[in-house]
Structure formats: C-alpha cells, structure tokens
Design a protein. Structure first.
Length: 400
C-alpha cells in the first residue's frame, strides 16, 4: 500500500505579492490556489503571510576544509601576495590540527540548512596527499543528510593534476566512488599546461558522463584565454549546459570590447559562471553576463577555513553581497541578485523539479520579508525551511 502524505501551507506570500495556499503531496507541490480556496485537511501549516521562496542553491562550498564550529584558526597571510600553492600548504597544516572532518562538515551543513539552502554543490579535495579519504568521509556525511539537503560533490584536484602524481587516476576513481562531477584548478598557473590539464578533466567527464566545474582564479588575459579553451572543449564535446567555471576573476579585468566578446562566447557555449563576489577581488560583471545570456550562480565558497575567515552559509546574504558589489539598486537588479542564488543556481546545477510551481519539489523557505527586493537588502533571519514539504529548520536550528 502506498502511503500518501499531504500538507496544505496556508497564507503563503509569493514573490508577486499574491497570498496563496500550497498543497504538497509526497514531497511535491500538487496545487497552488488563492488563499482560502483549498479545502483544509487535517495536516495544515499556516505560514502567516510570510514570503515563500524556493530553497536557496548553495552552488560552491568546501565541506571538507571548513573549520566552522571548531576552534578559531587565525588567518595566515601569504608571504608575497596571494599564492594558491602557498595557501594549499597552509591549509594542509591547519587541517592536520583540526577537529574530525565529518564533525566539521556536519557543522557547516547545519549552518547552511538553517539559512535556507536546500541544494548544494561542494568541492572535495582529491590529491596525492589525501587520496580519496576526504571524499569517503563527505560521502558518508551526505548520506546522513539525505532527507535534509541535496548535495552534489565535485572531485576537486586542489594540488593540481599534472603536478600531483596519481591525480588523474584519483579523479577517475573519485567518480566511480560516488562524486558527481570532476573539477579542475587553474590549468595555466598551477599546472602550466592548459591543454594537458583540460585533457584529463574532460576525459574523466566523458568517460563517466558527468559534469565539470573548474576553479579558475587566474586574472586578466590568462584567465580569459583559459575560459576560451574551456568553452571550446565544451562545444566540441557537446557538453553545453554541463560545464561551470568557478570564480573566473578574469572576467572582471577585461575592457568592454573583450568582455562583450567573451560573454557572448560563454553564453553560446552554455558554460555557467560561479561568483561569490569576494571582497577586494575583481569579479565577473554579473549584470553584463546575465544580459548576454550567461547563467551566473553563486556559493559561499570558503567558510572559516584556511583561505579566509568570513562566511555564514547564508545565500540570501550572498545575494546582498553580490548586489552591493555590483551596485544593484533597482527592484529589478535586486531580484536579479536573488535569481543568482535561486533559479540560476538550479539551472547551473541542473536541479530537477526546482521552483514554486505545481509538480516541483516542495523545497522552500518562509521568510519574514515583504517581497524579494526587500529580502535581499534586509536579509531577515526569521526563516523556516522546508525540504520535500517537511520543515527541516526553524529559528536557526535543524529539525531532524
Ligand atoms: Zn572553491
């Protein structure tokens, strides 16, 4: 016998201001009707006019390297300007003295869930020093959180691919073990071989039929050149819609003409761009890229780790940061910042059944806000989070 579970959420305010009732059946939205129209059943929840929005998409995080909930670890600056390889060395030293990885990952997940993220993409380090150990740990944690949040894992070559012996094989094994995507890292400045690096990444992707998400910090024309190479591969392999470039700082360095050209190329290649609008760095021009048709999504990236001490796991605050740094002022612009952490994120992660519509998965957040633009600037903390129609967080606590 199939057990049907049904809940009616009454007095929900949608982004357009309409008050509605939402009927959820077996984890999906079965009906949305003007408030008061749906016949009440025994299993109802009055959300009291709260703004109800789709669950936030945390599109880039590192569950294995955060120290959130652990003791405070003071940031150590690079000795001669930002240097990815030196930061990786600092990270290894900090990780050796940190609380167990599973405990730190759970702390970070609880934080993200209470803030309203219902889907996530996490990069997990795979290299010669940690092998597949971090991935094994995070796969177990993902299992334990299956009813609370959907998690995609990227096999992330934090120490490069060609420079880190055995990494090509480890990336292949990581996918076989359960990672969902293959990652990359600064093919030019780290491995000093864009073609060789991308050969490995895209070979693994093709072999296993998985998506790609590459960290690219390289600035200026070097970063832009790498993006062009990634776009060319994507198109040549018919992987449009299956490839993302994370950070892509270089897009913030280009003159107007060069930017226009590469924005069109990225859009035509169906490559998504992830930015967390980090302070003091040039970052991708969100409005310009969106206008060209590029999917721009976001994530917290590092939270209290060896890379920086910031981060609160709150994708609504991330929308505010993106809007603030992009000088978004109008309601339309603020709504665009919100789209980056919701619908655009869902497109980049290819989430099935995302959104507040009949047939979609009942993953949503009830916020104390008037409407979306006001939510983006006010970042209200009074939130209830629902996954498959079940309340999974309230008042900053995860409900298990
Ligand atoms: Zn990252």
């Amino acid at each position: 016998m199939t057990i049907v579970t049904e809940t009616v959420f009454t007095q929900a305010r949608l982004a357009d201001g309409k008050l509605v009732d939402i009927r959820v059946r077996d984890g999906r939205i079965a009906a949305i009707e003007p408030a008061g129209k749906l016949p009440p059943n025994g299993n109802g929840l009055d959300v009291g006019g709260a703004l109800v929005v789709p669950g936030f998409v945390e599109g880039h995080i590192h569950l294995d390297t955060s120290f959130f909930g652990d003791r405070w670890i003071a940031h150590r600056p690079c000795t001669n300007g930002f240097d990815v390889q030196e930061r990786v060395t600092f990270q290894a030293e900090n990780m050796a003295a940190a609380a167990p990885m599973a405990e730190r990952a759970r702390n970070q997940l609880d934080l993200c869930i209470t803030k309203g993220s219902t889907s996530m993409r996490s990069h997990v380090m795979v290299d010669g020093s940690v092998g597949l150990k971090s991935l094994e740990t995070i796969l177990d944690v993902r299992d334990a959180y299956r009813d609370l949040i959907d998690i995609q894992l990227v096999a992330f070559p934090q120490s490069g691919i060609l420079k880190s012996p055995g990494t090509p094989e480890l990336l292949d094994q990581a996918i076989a073990l359960g990672a969902d995507l293959v990652g990359g890292l600064d093919p030019a400045s780290f491995d000093r071989d864009v073609t060789g690096h991308l050969n490995v990444v895209f070979d693994v992707a093709q072999k296993h039929g998985v998506d790609v998400d590459i960290h690219l910090h390289d600035a200026g024309t070097l970063g832009a050149f790498t993006i062009e190479e990634i776009c060319a591969r994507t198109v040549a392999l018919g992987m449009q819609g299956h490839v993302a470039v994370s950070h892509a700082y270089s897009l913030g360095d280009l003159a107007t003409d060069a930017l226009g050209k590469i924005a069109d190329l990225i859009a035509a290649s169906g490559v998504a761009i992830m930015t967390n609008a980090p302070g003091a760095s040039h970052f991708p021009p969100v409005a310009r890229l969106r206008a060209a048709g590029v999917t721009v999504f976001s994530g917290s990236d590092n939270i209290r780790d060896s890379w920086w001490p910031y981060g609160d796991g709150d994708m609504l605050r991330r929308a505010e940061i993106i809007g603030y740094r992009s000088a978004f002022f109008t309601d339309e612009e603020l709504s665009a910042a919100f789209d980056v952490v919701t619908a655009a994120g869902a497109r980049a992660l290819r989430l099935e059944g995302y959104g507040l519509e009949v047939g979609a998965r009942a993953d949503f957040v009830a916020l104390a806000a008037e409407h979306v633009p006001q939510a983006v600037v006010a970042v209200p903390q009074d939130r209830r989070v629902f996954k498959g129609g079940r309340m999974v967080a309230d008042k900053g606590r995860v409900l298990r």
